[in-house]
Design a protein around this ligand. Sequence first.
Ligand code: B12
Length: 216
Amino acid sequence: MANERLFEEMTNAVIAGLPDKALELADEALRAGIDPLAAIERGFKPGMDVVGEGFAKGELFIPDLMMSGEAMKAAITALEPELMKRKKQRQVLGKVVIGTVRGDIHEIGKTLVGTMLAANGFEVHDLGVDVSPQQFVGAVHEVDAGVVGLSALLTTTVLYQEAVILSLKEAGLREQVKVIIGGVPAGPEWAEEIGADGYAENATEAVEVVKRLVRA
Ligand code: B12
């Protein structure tokens, strides 16, 4: 019950766009022994969804999204060391290149997925946001990655997930790398349509799918 109240406060801190408050709540969660991932998924993230809906309805604006994003990032930064500590794995399970596709600057979900993969034993190379297909191909080649993760949050930019797959084929690398996609407009059907190897809805699922892909 106390946790539920804390989760609700987290949601509200993100909606109100208050990074300091979010940080404070993240610390409180850690002190109370709450699973950091639960704090993110059940506490802070629902706030982002509320803000997204408000934006879609024209009730909120870009600066609101930005402040909420800052609050979310502050919380994740505070929780990250504990996330890494809890999941520590000794052996490296594989190399993953991850990034947000061209034309898209949404970074929070992609970064969280990267953190969770790193916490679960993967060597993660995060290329950041607005990453071109050529940059993905270059990085896959350079680090000899087994998996590439493509994040896209816009209905317009999911097309670049397909573009990356085509570029990997052109470069002759498609056979040696598994492709996993994610982000709000992506889904299992889209993954199938563009020939990706997997899709995950959130960071926990992403870890499961990537583990499965490297075993396959
Ligand atoms: C914060 C935010 C922003 C911030 C981003 C700040 C930042 N530093 O990242 C700012 C203000 C910059 C922004 C800008 C814009 N945004 Co915006 N934004 C959002 C918002 C509210 C939250 C996104 C977020 O961070 N969520 C929290 C994280 C933790 O969740 P997530 O990103 O979904 O990630 C999870 C999963 O999707 C998955 N996942 C994500 N990536 C990956 C990758 C892999 C490989 C895998 C396996 C899984 C995975 O796992 C993650 C963890 O659980 C969403 C609404 C929403 N509900 O998503 C709108 C939203 C995505 N934005 C939207 C829009 C329209 C825009 C703008 C075009 C607005 C404008 N007119 O300028 C610009 C686009 C700029 C650009 N070129 O990219 C729309 C998109 C609509 C559409 N259908 O295309 C949304 C849906 C809002 C809405 N309802 O209208 N935005």
